[in-house]
Design a protein around this ligand. Structure first.
Ligand code: PMP
Length: 405
């Protein structure tokens, strides 16, 4: 039996309102929140509430200090060299849109190229498409192999002096594979292309060192890292922090405003953070990072690896279950279909038996097209998941199989 020593930290997982316990296997969509994170945000509203960067009064300056300390904690967590390289956003999606809307209009010309893979989440496809249409850029697709692998030779073959940006996911939200982000970055840099890594599925499963990877941008969301929704992070290499123009205008991002023109802007990262930020969310993210650090990301990786091996073995033994992706490289999740049965049917039945999985295209339609599927089931795990969750899933899948024939 693989039991999580941290399960008790999550109030919703231990919620006893259901007749039989609810099995939450949708952590790749959003991870549950530990009590300490919820309490931190509540504490802010109960005792510390004020906005940042504005007032000279004590509450405001304390909120500012706490937010800026969180920026430092985020920088340390992903091993960025300075907190000035950490921009707070609403999430991964906004972080990628920020890069698309600042880097591309400033540093590309019509006819230039962007490379993205066919295993990306829509958040790492559509922003590039929107800007490519506007700026006359060409998108080239780094296609994965039929095993779901991204080969560096294929990237090399696509790169040209016109390639300005390569964007790829650290860990696929459908296949769970870890991509070779460091090597891809180094190859792309040889061609002068910048590299954005979508880390939405990366940061919660293993240690990330952005300085070592050498990427130009790394984006992730708080809510997949045991933090709240509505807050995310964009890491940018110093060169970009110093040179990218602002993208949204408003309060907090300016240095001096005058009419009719001639406004000047703050330095990074504040230049990219117009308006009142999600202060409670940022503090919640900071607390989530403290929580993860307290356990140790390596201990989490090790625990999840053991659980994944167990889950893979159990699920592979279920006949008529088609599992997608390469089992050597799966982290945190397993996608599958049960025989010919539609994923929605399987997911709906599982829900009736108190098991939550994700079904559908997982915001990765091009990847689903490669799998020749319109929908797949995905069971995903976090540090609070355990082998009993897997046993219940497998038991219910067996039952559904009998039921549906
Ligand atoms: N990229 C990947 C790989 C994801 O899994 C997700 C979330 N499903 C996103 C981007 C988008 O994250 P968010 O909705 O938090 O902005």
């Amino acid at each position: 039996m693989i039991k999580s020593p941290w399960r008790g930290d999550f109030p919703i997982i231990n919620n006893t309102q259901c007749e039989s316990p609810y099995i939450y296997l949708d952590s790749a969509a959003t991870a549950q929140t530990p009590a300490s994170v919820i309490e931190r945000m509540q504490h802010f509203y109960l005792n510390e509430y004020a906005t940042v960067h504005r007032g000279v009064h004590r509450l405001s300056s304390e909120a500012t200090d706490n937010m800026e300390q969180t920026r430092q904690d985020v920088a340390d967590f992903i091993q960025a060299k300075s907190r000035e390289q950490i921009v707070f956003t609403k999430g991964t999606t906004e972080a990628i849109n920020l890069v698309a809307n600042t880097f591309l209009p400033t540093f590309t010309q019509s006819g230039d190229e962007i490379i993205i893979t066919d295993m990306e989440h829509h958040a790492n496809i559509v922003p590039w498409q929107l800007l490519s249409e506007r700026l006359g850029l060409t998108i080239k697709v780094w296609a994965m192999t039929s095993d779901g692998e991204l080969l560096l030779d294929d990237l090399q073959a696509l790169l040209s002096p016109r390639t300005k940006l390569v964007a790829l996911t650290h860990i696929s939200n459908v296949l769970g594979c870890i991509n070779p982000i460091k090597k891809a970055t180094s190859i792309a840099h040889q061609y002068g292309a910048v590299v954005l890594i979508d880390g939405a599925q990366g940061v919660m499963h293993q240690a990330v060192n952005v300085s070592d990877v050498g990427c130009d941008f790394y984006a992730f969301s708080g809510h997949k890292l045991y933090g709240p929704t509505g807050v995310g992070v964009l890491y940018m290499a110093k060169k970009w922090a110093d040179t990218l123009p602002p993208w949204e205008g408003g309060g907090a991002m300016i240095d001096h405003v005058q009419l009719p023109m001639g406004t000047s802007y703050q330095a990074a990262p504040w230049r990219f953070e117009a308006g009142t930020p999600n202060i409670a969310g940022i503090l919640g993210l900071g607390e989530a990072i403290k929580y993860v650090n307290h356990i140790g990301i390596d201990a989490i990786s090790q625990y999840e690896e053991e659980l994944m091996l167990y889950a893979e073995e159990k699920l592979q033994n279920l006949d008529s279950l088609n599992v997608y992706g390469n089992s050597d490289k799966r982290v945190g999740l397993i996608s599958f279909n049960l025989g010919v049965h539609h994923a929605y049917d399987v997911g709906s039945f599982l829900d009736r038996y108190n098991v939550a999985i994700r079904t559908g295209h997982h915001c990765a339609m091009p990847l689903l097209a490669r799998l020749e599927q319109t929908a797949v089931c995905r069971a995903s795990f976090a540090l609070y998941s355990d082998s009993q969750d897997v046993d219940v899933l497998v038991d219910r899948l067996n039952y559904i199989k009998k039921l549906l024939g």
